[in-house]
Design a protein around this ligand. Sequence first.
Ligand SMILES: [Zn+2]
Length: 417
Amino acid sequence: MANDYLRRTAITRLEVTDEQRDLLEETISEWKRGCQLATDMAWGTCNAKSDVQPLAYDTVREQTDLGSQHAILATHQAAQAITGYLERRSKGKKASKPTFTAPTVKYDTRTMTLFGDDTVSLSTTENRVRCELALPDADDGYQRQYLDSDEWSVTESTLTARDDDYFLHIGFRRHKTDTERNTAEDGTVLGVDLGIENLAVTSTASFFSGRELSHNLREFEKVRAGLQQTGTRSAHRTLEQSSGRELRYVRDVLHRASNAIVTEALRFECDVIAFEDLTHIRDQTGASWGHKWAFRTLYEQVAYKAEAEGIAVKQVGSAYTSKRCAECGFTADENRPTRNDFRCVKCESEANADYNAAKNIGMRYVRRGQQSSRRTGDSQLALKSGTVTPSGDFTAHPEGFDAEFMDKPHPQSTEGA
Ligand SMILES: [Zn+2]
């Protein structure tokens, strides 16, 4: 079963000649056409690999330059895409017929061979090409722990074009140990930072601006203050009506933000949404009473909506989440030169301060209880480009999500002071 394996991805650029570049580009282009052809044929008819393959294989072979194994993989990709569509729709989520626009092509062990000399051979629309993996110079790249290991074996991989370069996302898997299999603590965590400038920022780099809420809250507070001064009976009635309308605007913003957070958690297949301790947010941001109420309401809305989707919502301790570098763990006041910017004085990585905090909040939940010797969980933090475990093991998202290579953490990442 798929769940009996741990999966990791090692990303590396390929050294390619001009001739190889042309072949890989052509292969990607034919792959996209093949996936689309198979999807068009199976659409409304079937979605199991075992059904789509016999239905569409001959057509894909005839109408594209894909080799036989790549034609099979294209029918499987179509089956998977249609299944994804059906699952989304059955949960009442927005979904449309899959289209294949991402510059990627899938490989399996029959279309790709990895050699011990750090080269790889890849099937194309014509002959195979053999390219060097552009790995880090020293032997300490995180890729080595998979490439050089007897435990990890190569599984499905993805080639991606990005600017003028080609990146191979090499999939590895190994059997889980008994301990790993029995843990109930596996899960993917979405970190969320709340604030005034940005109402919410997720560890997957989704930003929800706080401007509209701040504006509506100011109006709400103004209406209340003005009408409370006049103090007449009719003013009280107007207060209820006016502040009722202003309050609806505020609630509407909060509903959109909470929907966006839950949608993001679903999109990245998260099991837990982690916020920082709400009492701390209020102290730290110097928020008005309106904002304090808004944060609490937003949290309650997310908790309510997430529960309906089977996602847990948690709060974590908030110490240092805004001063800790999510990339290397170094914690210092100097990391935060301005309100919006984060710049680590140790590893020099830069980020939006709220985005950095969102990653720290999520990672704090991932690491919970890690010091205890009984902890055996395999939780991971959701990032825009993939997921990462506390020990720095990174798994890239399958195609479909934008890759953000800056998210790639240092493998030696450690908790700061
Ligand atoms: Zn750092």
